[in-house]
Write a protein that binds this ligand. Structure first.
Ligand code: GLC
Length: 768
C-alpha cells in the first residue's frame, strides 16, 4: 500500500509534508544543510548542536507530477510518496537516495530461536533483532564504488564500507579489532563519496543506534535507532573538506588549545608517588627529552575518591606542582565520574543531600562498581550537577593542576551494564540511561571545561574517553585502552583520520600501547608514527612492561629523542593548523583522501596520512619491515630528510631502517621551524623563528598569540605572511595585535639563510 503524500505547508524555512500516515519535515539551515524529521515536528533536545544554526537561505518548493521538489543553491531534494526522499547536488548528481527495495538480512544459517540465543550471548546477529517499539530505520541506496568515513573512533580501517557499527559508548579493554562494533565514543556522522561526489549524514539521536554500511547487502546501507526521533541532517559541499566544514559548523569546532598541550606527555597507570613523578621529570631532563606534561592516573587519589589526593603519596602537593612547573612540566590529573559510596566523604555526602546522583526507578541512588568499589553516578543531565561538578575542580586548580583527564565516562560499570531504565536526566527532565548513556561523557567533559575555564582563565585542557558528536568543542580525546600490539599501531592511523573527519581534530592514542607489553621495535615505530598526532601521550597500564622513552635503553632512546625534537621544531606548524582548524573544522592529521578525493588510490589508504596540506607521513606499522611503498598524490614531493624530488601519482619504494620515518613535503612549501631544541614549550621565549623552504618558491601564513588564554578572540594575535619567489623574499605583518613580535626571522632556502629583523619604527621586517 502506498502511503500517499497529501499536502504541504511552508513555515519560515521549514516544509511540513503531510502523508496519509505520518509526516516529513524538512528544514533548510543553509544552502548545504537540510534537516529531516520524520513523523514529528519537534526533535529531542540536541546535545551535539548548540544555538540556532539556521541562516536566512533562499529555497523553493515546487510540485511536479508525483513529487515535491525542495531546491536550494546547493541541494535538490525530491520528496515522494511513502516518505521517501532523494537528494542531489546542484549538478544533479545523486548524494543520498532512499532505497526502494526490502532489506534482506544476512543468512547465518539460524532460525529465529537460534538467532535470539546468539544475540543474548552477544554473538553476531542482525541489527534489528532487538527491534521494539520506537525502533526506526532509514535505508539508503549504495552505489558500487561508494566509500564511507567518519563515525568517530570506530575500530578497523579507514573506509567503513562493508562493516556494521553500533553507537553505544563501550568500555571493553579486550584488544579492539575490526570486528568490534562499538567503542568509547558515538559520533553518528557519516561522510560518503558516491561516484566521487561527497556528502554527509548526521543522525542526531542519543539512543543506541546502528550503521550497516553495505555489510548486509551491497545495494543499500542503513541507520537504525531503538528509540527517540528520526532526526537527521543532509550535508552537502563541493568537496569532503567542505562537508566537514559544514558538519563542524553544525556541531562545533575544536577550539585553539593552549600551546603547551601540543607538547610531549608522559603517563602511566601505576606511578606511585611524588618521588617517582619527580624521577620521571628528572629523567626527561637528563636524557634531553622535551616534555610538557606528566599525567597522574587514579593512583594519586585518596582511595580513588575524586577531587582528593593521597597526602602520604603527595605530602606537599601544591609545592610539588609548582616545582615541576618551574621545570616546564605541567600536571594533568584524572577525574572519573564514579563517586565512592562512602558516608563522610564530602563529595558523596553533598551529592546524596542534593539528589545529584542517578536514581533507580524506586528513587534510590543507583550503585554499580568502578575503581573506588561501590560507586554512584553524577547525573550530568542536571544543570545543578554540571555546576557543582565544575566547581569541585577548584580543589585541583587551586593547587596548580593544569588540565583534567576524564575517564570511565561511557559510563563504565564493573558489575554489569547499567540498566536502561535507571533515571538520568535529560536537560533537567527525568529520562533514562538508555537515552542519556551516549551523552554522559559529553556532559561530563562540558562541565569540566566550564570549571577549568572559570577557574584558570585559560583555554581548558580536558581529555575525555567517552564522547558524542559535538564534544570536540569541550575536549580533546584519546582512543582508550589499546594494546602494545602491531595491529593497534596500524589501527591508530585510520582511527585518528576518522576522528579528524568527525570533527575531533585534537585526538591521540596511547603511544606504545596501553595493555600488553611493548617491545623496543614497537615503541620506536609507534613514536615515529605518532609524532604528528595532535595529542602526543605515551601511556601504559599497571602490570605491563614499562615503556617510558628510556625503558629499553639504546638505540630506542636516541630515536625517541630524535622524533620528539622534530615535533618541537615543528610545533608552530601544528599550532598554525589548529588556528586554521578553528575556522575551517579541518583536522590536523588528515586522511589522504582529503588531499584529492578524485584520486581513487587515496580512498583506501590505511598506512599513510597528511599533516595539514604540506607534510605526508608514511610510518612503518609492521614488525621487521625494511622497505615500504608510499603512494604520492598528484604534484611533486620532496623527501624531508634528503631533499630528493619525486613525481606524484606513483608508488615509490622507501628503505626504512628502524630509526627512519618516511616523511615527504609537498614541493614549494614553506614550513615554520623552531630552531631551539626545547625542553618544553615555555622553555624558549618566542623571539625568533625560522621558515624553511622546500622547493623553489613558497607562501605561508603564520599565526602567533600568547598560547594561553582567550585574548586572541579580542584580536591579540599576529599574522605573518611569508613569501619566497626565486630571489625575492618578503615578510609582512598582516595583523599585529599581540606583543611582542618576533625580533628575528630566518628564511632558509637552497641558497642559504637570510635573516630579517623587525624594525620597530616602520613596523616592518628588513633584511639584515
Ligand atoms: C582506564 C583508562 C586508562 C587508565 C585506567 C586506570 O582503563 O582507559 O587510561 O589508565 O582506566 O585509571
Amino acid at each position: 500500500m502506498t502511503n500517499k503524500r497529501l499536502d504541504y505547508q511552508i513555515n519560515d524555512q521549514t516544509v511540513v509534508v503531510r502523508y496519509q500516515q505520518g509526516l516529513l519535515q524538512l528544514t533548510v539551515l543553509t544552502a548545504e544543510i537540510v534537516r529531516v524529521l520524520k513523523n514529528t515536528t519537534v526533535g529531542d533536545y540536541s546535545y551535539a548542536i548548540e544555538g540556532n544554526k539556521q541562516q536566512a537561505t533562499d529555497f523553493s518548493v515546487d510540485e511536479q507530477d508525483q513529487q515535491l521538489i525542495l531546491t536550494t543553491a546547493a541541494l535538490r531534494i525530491e520528496i515522494n510518496d511513502d516518505q521517501l526522499i532523494d537528494v542531489f547536488n546542484d549538478a544533479g548528481q545523486p548524494l543520498v537516495l532512499d532505497y526502494r527495495g526490502q532489506r534482506t538480512p544476512l543468512d547465518r544459517d539460524m532460525d529465529e530461536a537460534q538467532a535470539k540465543l546468539a544475540s543474548a550471548e552477544g554473538h553476531e546477529t542482525d541489527a534489528n533483532a532487538n527491534a521494539g517499539v520506537g525502533y526506526q530505520e532509514v535505508v539508503k541506496d549504495l552505489a558500487a564504488d561508494e566509500v564511507f568515513y567518519g563515525l568517530g573512533d570506530k575500530s578497523g580501517f579507514i573506509n567503513k564500507r562493508g562493516y556494521e557499527y553500533d553507537n553505544w559508548n563501550t568500555d571493553d579493554p579486550a584488544p579492539q579489532m575490526e570486528n568490534f562494533k562499538s567503542l568509547y565514543k558515538s559520533v553518528p556522522f557519516l561522510l560518503g563519496l558516491k561516484d566521487g561526489v561527497p556528502y554527509g549524514l548526521f543522525f542526531d539521536n542519543t539512543y543506541r543506534s546502528h550503521f550497516d554500511l553495505g555489510k548486509e547487502n551491497q545495494h543499500y546501507y542503513f541507520y537504525s535507532v531503538v528509540n527517540g526521533c528520526l532526526d537527521y541532517y543532509i550535508i552537502g559541499g563541493k568537496t569532503l573538506r567542505e562537508v566537514i566544514k559544514n558538519y563542524t559548523y553544525l556541531t562545533g569546532r575544536t577550539p585553539l588549545p593552549q600551546k603547551w598541550t601540543l607538547g610531549y606527555q608522559q603517563s602511566r597507570w601505576g606511578y606511585k608517588n611524588a618521588q617517582q613523578i619527580g624521577e620521571i621529570a628528572a629523567k626527561m631532563r637528563q636524557y634531553q627529552l622535551p616534555c610538557d606534561v606528566i599525567h597522574l592516573d587514579i593512583d594519586y587519589m585518596d582511595d580513588f575518591r575524586v577531587f582528593t589526593w593521597d597526602q602520604n603519596k603527595y605530602p606537599q602537593m601544591k609545592q610539588f606542582l609548582a616545582d615541576l612547573k618551574a621545570q616546564g612540566i605541567k600536571i594533568v590529573t584524572i577525574i572519573d565520574p564514579g563517586v565512592k559510596q562512602d558516608p563522610g566523604y564530602d563529595i558523596y555526602d553533598a551529592g546524596v543531600r542534593n539528589n545529584f546522583f542517578a536514581k533507580t526507578p524506586e528513587d534510590y541512588n543507583y550503585v554499580n562498581r568502578v575503581w573506588p568499589g561501590d560507586s554512584v553516578y553524577p547525573d550530568f543531565g542536571k544543570t545543578r550537577v554540571q555546576k557543582w561538578w565544575a566547581e569541585n575542580h577548584q580543589r585541583l586548580t587551586d593547587i596548580g593542576v593544569s588540565g583534567i583527564w576524564n575517564d570511565m565516562n561511557e559510563p563504565a560499570s564493573f558489575i554489569g551494564e547499567i540498566p536502561d531504565e535507571i533515571i538520568f536526566s535529560d536537560h533537567d527532565q527525568p529520562a533514562t540511561h538508555g537515552k542519556m548513556h551516549n551523552v554522559y561523557g559529553h556532559n561530563m567533559s562540558k562541565a569540566t571545561y566550564t570549571g577549568l575555564k572559570d577557574q584558570q582563565q585559560r583555554r581548558p585542557f580536558v581529555i575525555t574517553r567517552a564522547a558524542f558528536a559535538g564534544t570536540q568543542k569541550y575536549s580533546t580525546v584519546w582512543t582508550g585502552d589499546n594494546h602494545s600490539l602491531w595491529a593497534h599501531l596500524q589501527m591508530m592511523i585510520p582511527q585518528l583520520c576518522n576522528l579528524g573527519m568527525s570533527g575531533f581534530a585534537f585526538a591521540g592514542t596511547d603511544i606504545g600501547g596501553f595493555g600488553s607489553d611493548a617491545t623496543p621495535e614497537l615503541l620506536t615505530r609507534w613514536i615515529e608514527a605518532a609524532i604528528f598526532s595532535p595529542l602526543l601521550r605515551n601511556h601504559s597500564a599497571m602490570g605491563t612492561r614499562h615503556q617510558e622513552p628510556w625503558s629499553f635503553g639504546e638505540p630506542t632512546l636516541s630515536t625517541y629523542r630524535k622524533y620528539l625534537q622534530l615535533r618541537y621544531h615543528l610545533l608552530p606548524y601544528l599550532y598554525d593548523l589548529f588556528a586554521e582548524g578553528e575556522q575551517t573544522g579541518l583536522p590536523i592529521l588528515r586522511a589522504m583522501v582529503l588531499d584529492d578525493e578524485q584520486d581513487p588510490r587515496l580512498r583506501n589508504l590505511n598506512d599513510q596520512f597528511m599533516v595539514g596540506d604540506r607534510l605526508l607521513v608514511a610510518p612503518i606499522v609492521t614488525v621487521g619491515q625494511t622497505k615500504r611503498l608510499v603512494y604520492l598524490p598528484a604534484g611533486e614531493w620532496l623527501d624531508f630528510w634528503t631533499g630528493a624530488t619525486y613525481q606524484g601519482q606513483q608508488d615509490i619504494v622507501v628503505t626504512v631502517p628502524l630509526d627512519y620515518l618516511p616523511l615527504f613535503v609537498r614541493k614549494n612549501s614553506l614550513l615554520p621551524w623552531h630552531a631551539e631544541n626545547r625542553t618544553s614549550v615555555q622553555a624558549a621565549p618566542e623571539t625568533k623563528i625560522t621558515f624553511r623552504l622546500f622547493g623553489d618558491h613558497g607562501s605561508y601564513q603564520h599565526y602567533q598569540d600568547n598560547g594561553l588564554d582567550f585574548a586572541y578572540q579580542q584580536g591579540e594575535y599576529n599574522l605573518y605572511q611569508v613569501e619566497v619567489d626565486g630571489r625575492q623574499q618578503r615578510i609582512e605583518l598582516l595583523q599585529h595585535g599581540y606583543q611582542p613580535v618576533y625580533q628575528e626571522i630566518t628564511l632558509e632556502t637552497a641558497n642559504g639563510q637570510q635573516v630579517f629583523n623587525f624594525d620597530t619604527e616602520s613596523g616592518q621586517y628588513v633584511l639584515r
